[in-house]
Design a protein around this ligand. Structure first.
Ligand code: PMP
Length: 336
């Protein structure tokens, strides 16, 4: 793999594109690209968390993200020549080259790169893999969420499976998020086709009721979130909580002791109001707060017991990622 550095502006971030590390400004696709027209791709959202004392960006549960990504490639017949190990190695290399010294978002994308439209046969279309990294802060823009129930319903498995991060499916999330934010809320809670609580536009949902932790089951068209899995493990092993994975009625959320959302971009964020009604006393609850604190410690690499979930990447001296060097389009608003 060549470096692509010869034509790179000083300070410009790199991307991994067509098998090579290239300046971000040169990672461009044609308007003929199949995925641009039809959403034929799968992607991941991964966080790297800057640890000042360690001098590294700790990438959280990197392998698990690439396991999920490669599972998604099977359904969409996306062939790429990389294993999970290759993808982890490429990611660490790109993060180190980009020299980030702050929290970042890592976005891998496998997509139908064929420059061919009016062809709906996946088996005819070649694929490619690309990867970008950008600085990333608080995705939801607030620490306590005011949510609404979306008028949009989650897509059902026989339509497009919600258990994979398929590009085109995100139109569903985007319609819900847009509706919620235009109405003045922070996030949408989406119900599935039979009216059960599914998830947020880019987050899984949990509620606490009478000391039990409850979350929607994957069969209710829920993305198997890596943060969801992390929180379930922590709640059970560190707090000794019982977990129910079962369908949740809409009305249960209004009556819960606590509700919170989890996601790579969203971390663990309490929901304090739903449809203009306070949840319990309208403040972050004790279970949410305890889990959130534990989660933050773990993702920055400060908890030795869970350090195996963190992959360190050390910024190279002279890396590109100084705030003032960011290209205009590399805004952090790509979470989910
Ligand atoms: N649900 C949806 C629809 C999402 O987009 C995300 C973000 N990937 C999640 C849940 C949370 O998944 P994770 O914890 O793996 O980021």
């Amino acid at each position: 793999m060549s470096t692509g550095e010869s034509s790179q502006q000083a300070g410009e971030l790199s991307a991994f594109f067509k098998g090579d590390y290239v300046p971000l400004s040169q990672a461009r696709v044609s308007v003929m690209t199949h995925a641009l027209h039809y959403g034929t791709g799968v992607f991941e959202g991964i966080r790297g968390n800057w640890n000042e004392e360690q001098g590294v960006v700790n990438i959280f549960r990197l392998r698990e993200h690439y396991d999920r990504l490669l599972r998604g490639t099977r359904l969409l017949m996306l062939d790429i020549p990389y294993s999970v190990e290759d993808l982890c190695r490429i990611t660490v290399e790109l993060v180190e080259r980009n020299g980030h010294r702050q929290d970042i978002y890592i976005r891998p994308l496998v997509y139908k790169s064929a420059e061919l439209v009016a062809n709906l046969k996946l088996q005819d279309l070649e694929s490619d893999f690309t990867l970008i990294t950008v600085p990333f802060g608080n995705y939801l823009g607030t620490d306590l969420l005011r949510c609404c129930t979306s008028s949009w319903r989650r897509v059902d498995d026989p339509m497009i499976p919600a258990r994979l991060k398929i590009c085109g499916i995100y139109v569903n999330s985007i319609l819900a998020k847009t509706e919620a934010t235009l109405a003045g809320f922070d996030e949408a809670i989406i119900l599935n086709h039979d009216g059960h609580v599914c998830e947020g536009s880019g987050e899984n949902i949990f509620m606490v009721m009478d000391g039990r932790l409850i979350t929607s089951p994957l069969e209710d068209n829920v993305l198997p979130g890596i943060t969801r899995d992390t929180v379930i493990q922590l709640a059970q092993s560190e707090l000794g909580l019982d977990l129910d994975e079962r369908s949740i009625d809409r009305s249960e959320l209004y009556l819960a002791d606590e509700v919170f959302l989890t996601g790579t971009a969203a971390h663990l964020t309490p929901v304090v109001q739903l449809d203009n009604r306070d949840i319990a006393d309208g403040k972050a609850g004790p279970v949410s707060s305890k889990l959130q604190k534990m989660y933050f410690d773990i993702v920055v690499g400060n908890n030795a017991k869970y350090r195996h979930w963190c992959t360190p990447a050390a910024p190279r001296t002279g890396g590109a990622a100084l705030e003032e060097n960011l290209p205009q389009h590399a805004t952090p608003d790509i979470g989910a």
